[in-house]
Design a protein around this ligand. Structure first.
Ligand SMILES: Nc1ccn([C@H]2C[C@H](O)[C@@H](COP(=O)(O)OP(=O)(O)OP(=O)(O)O)O2)c(=O)n1
Length: 982
């Protein structure tokens, strides 16, 4: 049990406790700011794994509605929220309070606390055989026409209008409920006119682009970054953010599925029965499938709009209305500036065309996320401005986003494929590479028969078509998908590879961007066929040695890149390039703090630390109009980035915030000129290292505590000029310890308790001696100098102060070496010791003398070890025992150890047992008894046979040592067995 009142660095605390407390304190502070209701008062949640709404969104809901969000599961956490937990995770868990995230959402919708049992994730099953409770999602009846057809009619009658209001209210609710998310915006979301975010901030039926004044009064939604709700709404509505979140989520999902997998695929047997048998057994070489949903967002949207099938349809935030010209905007100027830059820099023909056409008139600058193949026949493309698309296809129907549905379909796609193999490289929410070699060899089925059945299954389950390309490597598979689309499949056989590749445009190859494409176009090279004619050396001369070689291989269909199943994240970021409008620094600072919190929460989400913190800014270019053509867009900007590399990895919000604020100040940019802000954390630490560390929880905890101690010793504030001069101000009680001396438990020998010294065996002798020595030194110092302050100061400053007081101290001159140095206090002279002992009652003196001898013995052993292991620390560092039972937060370490691990690591059990053994050998068994009883109590409460076994191992070691040292066993509970152990 962790003490609720503990501050983490007090008697019981340690690093973990402090961290947890800090997180909860931050949560509490932010909650105060956001709270709108007390709906979840008294309820705490802990989110385990990938959920929808995400952990961050749930956290926000809790903040808004008066609940508590636990970053770590606590023994008193009310509910664990999860959508799906790996078997290994739940094996040792009590599943009676694991509920689905929908409970939180529904409670908010109904504004009351609902019966959680209806949302239990697992019911009526053994913990080791979890059964997911699937709940059919009820779709709100789409009473009014959700299709925003190109004639942009407002709802025609009152009923429709009412529906619109209800929908808007629901939308409002969702917007409140959906908060920040914890993944990075992808690279392609970097500030760029083509990727500019335009969150859907207008309710349906309202004109898309209005003057800012009008918009601010007619919409409840946050319009610019000065609104405290802006950030969450931005991420809630940002399609790129959703795509990135899902993409990263599925990478993790695949890793989790692989980690928990038993090694067998029962569904293979089912599909075997449906597949025609091969005439002769075959050994399949590497066979890669690339599977991709067709016009994903559109297909999902059409599930509830079957009448639009076969029509040109596009998913976009906009209804396609023309923009209302706002004062100060100048489209033509922006158009010119963009085109000039594109011409000078990237030679990006497609972008140029997009700008030319998009900025020509007054049409919508909203982007099309996805368009149907019927729209594509008319020249419409994904990423096009809506205005431009409507010119090409006046009958284009536009439909809104539905991120929840995309997620649901994406899960079905992944789960369907994962039934047959887990050799999956997740690419995005609707796309993956799959190595089929293993499953095909087992099934002995024809490749495309198998692929056909899988596609059919996906279509049946999701109602959406997908296409698949198959080849000998990932490049061939991806290129094959081009031919397969839409709703088809294509196998690129080895003998056809080179011919097939010959017709592929060069810019379809992975890694070929606009500039490579332009360079090669200048040489009249447009297709892979053209490239195949070019000698390697020439290609390398044009595009560089490495990339030249890659292209040389790619154009022939050669690709040696293996599929990657567990992808390691290299950086994390949060960027906003919409709605950035500040008038003063205070607003900017507030937003930066929010964005830091956002990126920090994403960092925490992936449990990593970073070293390089980058601030990315989009600043209005000098020649750009102040008002952007796109409402609240970033317009034509200069991009600035400034990075700071920290001396060490961090995941500390304060450090991130401080770095960002300092960087911002150093750039000295007027806040009103900012149009986009991003924070990027790179140089992330190695997760394998983290894993290795995690594997030895106890050791890690020790290290953290030691680090904290070191930190607190180096973080003592530099003395100010005033502090150097006397009178030296008294310092708070808490700091009145030598910085290098670890805080000790207060001695249990109080005046009152002296007579009971035997019973209260825990006597901190060294602390008592140090106090006695301190008193002695203090007596010799001028009355206005506090020894504690003096001891904390660097030696030269201490000397200076003493010099100043020389006249005063002439009579009582104290040798620096002997009495005023912290060292003198840590190792009091024999005189001080003798004096101190003389003052004690004889019985107590004898006991202390015995303990002192032991203490010295330990110190001698400790300093010997530390001398040999770390020479540079021997001078200044006090001897610190590494024995867990000697830690002042021993109890907490034990609790954290048991709480944080599903099963103990063998090495941790060994450390624990050895530490106990050491205590017995040094006859300090009273220090051992309580922790061992605690250990027994915590482990007994855990339904985990591995933990039960760990306890028995420790107990055996302890009792063996007891018999050897004392001739009898310790009075300890032996039984921890559960039914399963038996
Ligand atoms: N810049 C981007 C890229 C993608 N998407 C969304 C919309 C797409 O529907 C979905 C999948 O992207 P694809 O590139 O796979 O495109 P589609 O699935 O729409 O079409 P295709 O059939 O060509 O794959 O992601 C988006 O909104 N913005």
């Amino acid at each position: 049990m962790i003490r609720e009142t503990d501050n983490g660095f007090g008697e019981w605390g340690g690093y973990m406790q402090a961290k947890i407390d800090k997180l909860e304190e931050q949560f509490e502070q932010s909650s105060n700011f956001l709270r709108q209701s007390t709906l979840f008062a008294g309820i705490s949640i802990y989110v385990n794994g990938l959920t929808n709404p995400s952990a961050d969104q749930l956290k926000r809901i809790m903040m808004v509605h008066g609940g508590v969000f636990h970053h770590y599961e606590r023994s008193y956490t009310t509910y664990i929220i999860a959508s799906n937990l790996p078997d290994v995770k739940i094996r040792n868990m009590n599943t009676s309070n694991i509920i689905r995230p929908e409970w939180v959402v529904d409670c908010v919708k109904e504004n009351r606390i609902l019966d959680y049992t209806k949302y239990l994730l697992y019911t009526n099953q053994k913990p080791s055989q979890p059964k997911l409770m699937f709940q059919k999602k009820e779709k709100p009846i789409d009473k009014f026409e959700t299709v925003q057809s190109s004639n942009h009619e407002e709802p025609s009658n009152d009923e429709d209008k009412e529906c619109l209001n209800i929908m808007k209210e629901l939308d409002d609710l969702n917007k409140i409920m959906k908060g920040q998310n914890n993944q990075s915006v992808p690279n392609n979301a970097s500030p760029d006119i083509l990727e500019e975010e335009e969150p859907h901030v207008e309710p349906l039926g309202q004109k898309e682009e209005e003057s800012s004044k009008q918009a601010a009064t007619t919409s409840k939604f946050a319009k610019s970054a000065i609104d405290p709700n802006f950030l969450s709404e931005f991420y809630n509505n940002s399609r790129l953010h959703h795509i990135a979140t899902l993409g990263a989520g599925f990478k993790q999902y695949v890793s989790e599925l692989r980690a928990k997998h038993s090694g067998t695929f029962p569904q293979r047997e089912d599909i075997r029965g449906k597949l025609p048998k091969l005439d002769t057994p075959q050994t399949y070489p590497q066979t890669i499938m690339h599977i991709d949903m067709d016009c994903f967002f559109v297909s999902v949207g059409l599930r509830s709009r079957p009448h639009l099938r076969g029509e040109p349809v596009a998913v976009t935030h906009s209804k396609g209305t023309d923009a209302v010209a706002r004062p100060g905007t100048d489209r033509q100027k922006e158009r010119e500036l963009y085109l000039k830059r594109l011409e000078q820099k990237s030679n990006n023909y497609m972008k140029s065309e997009k700008i030319k056409s998009g900025f020509e008139g007054n049409e919508s600058l909203s982007e099309i996320a996805s368009c149907s193949y019927e729209a594509r026949k008319m020249g419409v493309r994904n990423g096009m401005f809506v205005g431009q698309a409507l010119k090409l296809c006046p009958g284009l129907k536009t439909i809104p986003y539905d991120f929840e549905e995309y997620k649901e379909v994406a899960f079905t796609l992944y789960n369907t494929v994962a039934q047959y193999t887990l050799n999956i490289e997740a690419v995005s929410c609707d796309e993956m590479f799959v190595d089929l070699s293993d499953v095909l060899n087992e099934l002995q089925a024809a490749t495309m028969d198998f692929v056909g059945l899988v596609r059919e299954e996906v279509k049946t389950k999701t109602g959406c078509p997908c296409s698949a390309g198959v080849g000998g490597n990932r490049l061939q598979a991806r290129m094959a998908t081009k031919k397969a689309k839409p709703d088809g499949q294509f196998f690129l056989s080895p003998e056809n590879v080179e011919d097939y590749m010959a017709n592929i445009p060069i810019d379809d190859l992975p890694g070929v961007g606009y500039s490579t494409s332009y360079t090669l176009e200048q040489l009249k090279l447009k297709t892979c066929g053209d490239l195949q004619q070019i000698p390697l050396a020439k290609l390398q001369q044009e595009v560089g040695k490495k990339f030249g070689e890659t292209l040389y291989q790619f154009c022939r269909g050669v690709d040696n890149r293996p599929l990657v199943y567990g992808q390691i994240r290299k950086s994390i970021s949060a960027e906003v390039n919409y709605g950035i409008r500040f008038t003063e620094y205070a607003e900017l600072e507030k937003f930066l703090r929010q964005l830091c919190a956002e990126v920090h929460s994403r960092l925490m989400g992936i449990k990593r630390r970073g070293k390089c913190i980058t601030l990315k800014l989009m600043v209005r270019a000098k020649e750009a109009p102040i008002e952007t053509s796109k409402f609240m867009g970033h317009g034509y900007c200069d991009n600035l980035t400034k990075s700071t590399t920290l001396p060490d990895y961090t995941c500390d919000l304060d450090v991130i915030t401080r770095t960002i604020l300092t960087t911002m100040k150093s750039l000295n940019i007027p806040p009103k000129e900012l149009r986009g802000i991003g924070i990027h954390i790179g140089k992330l630490d190695n997760p394998d290292e983290n894993k290795a560390k995690k594997e030895n929880v106890l050791k890690t905890m020790f290290n953290k505590v030691a680090e904290k101690r070191k930190e607190s010793s180096t973080q003592n504030p530099e003395p100010t000029k005033n502090e150097l001069k006397s009178p030296i101000k008294p310092i708070p009680e808490k700091r009145k310890t030598s910085p290098t001396t670890p805080e000790k438990k207060p001695s249990k020998i109080s005046k009152k308790g002296r007579g009971k010294s035997k019973a209260t065996k825990t006597i901190d002798v060294s602390n008592m001696l140090q106090n006695a020595a301190k008193r002695k030194v203090q007596e010799q110092l001028p009355p206005d100098i506090d020894y504690n302050v003096l001891a904390e100061l660097p030696e030269d400053i201490r000397e200076e102060i003493l010099r100043e007081h020389r006249q005063y101290t002439s009579a009582n001159t104290v040798s620096k070496q002997e009495s005023t140095s912290p060292e003198a206090i840590r190792n009091p002279s024999p005189n001080v010791e003798a004096e101190f002992l003389q003052a004690l009652p004889p019985e107590l003196r004898m006991e202390i003398e015995r303990d002192m001898n032991l203490h010295r013995k330990n110190v001698a052993v400790d300093s010997k070890t530390s001398e040999s292991s770390n020479k540079c620390e021997t001078e200044s560092k006090p001897p610190e025992s590494e024995n867990i039972f000697d830690q002042k937060n021993c109890r907490h370490l034990i609790e954290s150890w048991i709480e944080s691990s599903e099963s103990p690591e063998e090495c941790d059990v060994d450390i624990f047992a050895q530490n106990a053994q050491e205590l017995i050998q040094t006859r300090r068994i009273t220090d051992l008894l309580v922790p061992l009883r605690l250990l027994h109590r915590l482990i007994s409460a855990k339904e985990s046979c591995v933990w039960h076994a760990a306890y028995k191992t420790i107990l055996n070691v302890v009792q063996r040592e007891m018999v050897a040292t004392y001739g009898s066993k310790m009075m300890l509970e032996e039984a921890v067995d559960c039914n399963k152990c038996a």
